[in-house]
Design a protein around this ligand. Structure first.
Ligand code: HEM
Length: 423
């Protein structure tokens, strides 16, 4: 997935400018083939074409087209966690029908695995009439997790890990049932919404013998290539969001489970739908906005530093003796002295049609991956619920947790080692 840099047609250094001059001539002379050449040139084809007019076929703009990019499905861990943060998200939660057997779970996970594998490879589902819609996966990833009641629904309560529990209620919560829970969670991410929507359609229809859709949350980050590679995106409050994260590697024990038997390579996911109260946020001036977060709005630098990735100095004080990073600020409250209390954030923005009485229906589909919810996520969430200046402008309205199944090898299905012990 190597990014490419667009040659600038107006750049005097760029040889393709000569071709653009040629374009005018060709257009004047009414040569359609010439016009096609020029389109190719403005998209980055250079020099040789000036003399030899290409066929229409050759002139297709293949330079910056990333639709055919595929991510690897198989591995020790599932894709879509520490892999590249794509532009779009569809998060789906399913309710599994009660009274099913472990064999049903096995069949369902086989189908799910096959479809995920095929969709990520740009092939379309096995029993699918709409395979062309899957043709351009654009880095599609499918990630599968199971909720706290999954093992009960499939008649194997003894397989449920003790650590797979709903979060406790927090005093800041105003949860709405329509965004909560789920027995089966499927996260679909990618750079092309068509591939995401097509995958959603396929999963909903393929899974209907076992499960029905409970909720669906869509989200987005910056569009691909809309900002320089590596630049941290902003959320819809305008803050640089995603600066501090543990290492995004598959051997990071803060993200993936180790020494966990059949769960090795698994993870856990907390999904919080957090509404932003933008009406009153608009009234807050820049200095106060920075105080709330503890970081600058423009660069994302901590208020004690200069650059985005400077380590925050929570003891630094300003001329009046106050802490530069306020003790009630979001980053101060979110940072723990305990280096095990780290979470891997992979959130997306949402911006849906306002509902009755709302001016905005905007917020974060906040996604937190970690090896342990109890040891890593819950202490941070508890501290933020107790005190965080950001709580004045954010309200959690949805909440779900799931165990992310370990990755699978070729020929295996997701969850195989976990389910087979119950067969
Ligand atoms: C709408 C809700 C939220 C917004 C707008 C938000 C925004 C931000 C921003 C702008 C930063 C600083 C830049 C960065 O490191 O990414 C940050 C850091 C962080 N946030 Fe949030 N956040 C939200 C909710 C949460 C929640 C629910 C949690 C966890 C329970 C959380 C945990 C963290 C952590 C761990 C950091 C890094 C702190 C550090 O520097 O060590 N955030 N957040």
């Amino acid at each position: 997935m190597t990014p490419t840099t667009d040659p600038q047609p107006n750049d005097p250094q760029d040889a393709s400018r000569d071709v653009l001059v040629g374009r005018r001539t060709l257009l004047k002379s009414g040569l359609i083939v010439g016009a096609t050449t020029a389109v190719g040139a403005s998209l980055g084809f250079v020099t040789e074409r000036r003399t030899a007019a290409p066929s229409v076929q050759e002139a297709k703009p293949t330079f910056n087209v990333f639709g055919s990019e595929t991510a690897e499905f198989h591995g020790v861990v599932q894709p879509g966690i520490v892999s590249r943060h794509q532009a779009n998200l569809l998060m789906m939660a399913f309710t599994v029908r009660e009274g099913q057997t472990p064999q049903d779970a096995q069949r369902m996970l086989r189908v799910l695995t096959q479809d995920a594998e095929r969709l990520m490879a740009g092939k379309g589902g096995l029993a699918d009439n709409d395979r062309e819609l899957a043709q351009y996966p654009a880095g599609l990833t499918v990630t599968v997790g199971v909720g706290p009641h999954f093992f009960d629904r499939f008649g194997m309560p003894e397989r449920k890990p003790h650590w797979l529990q709903d979060l406790p209620a927090y005093r800041i919560d105003q949860l709405q049932e329509r965004w909560c829970g789920g027995d089966l969670i499927i996260q679909i991410c990618g750079d092309d919404q068509i591939a995401l929507s097509n995958s959603r359609r396929l999963f909903v229809s393929q899974l209907r013998s076992w499960a029905s859709l409970r909720w669906l949350q869509d989200g987005f980050s910056g569009a691909r290539h809309s900002r320089p590679e590596g630049e941290t995106p902003r959320n819809l409050m305008g803050q640089v969001d995603g600066t501090v994260n543990p290492a995004g590697t598959q051997d990071n024990p803060q993200v993936f489970m180790e020494n966990a038997g059949v769960w090795n390579g698994g993870s856990t996911l907390v999904i919080r739908r957090i509404m932003m109260i933008l009406d009153t946020w608009e009234e807050v001036d820049r200095v106060a906005r920075e105080d709330v977060i503890g970081r600058r709005i423009d660069s994302g630098a901590p208020l004690s530093g200069v650059h985005e990735h400077d380590e925050p100095d929570f003891d630094a004080r300003g001329p009046l003796g106050f802490e530069k990073i306020a003790p009630y600020s979001h980053v101060r409250r979110a940072r723990s002295e305990n280096s095990n209390e780290r979470i891997f954030r992979r959130s997306y923005n949402y911006d849906n049609a306002p509902e009755s009485g709302q001016a905005h229906n905007t917020g974060l589909v906040f996604l937190s991956y970690q090896a342990s919810i109890a040891d890593q996520y819950m202490p941070i969430q508890q501290r933020l619920a107790d005190l965080d200046a950001l709580n004045e402008w954010t309200v959690p309205i949805g909440s779900a947790v799931c165990a992310i199944l370990p990755g699978c090898r070729e020929g295996e299905y997701l969850g195989q080692r976990i389910i087979e012990q119950a067969l």
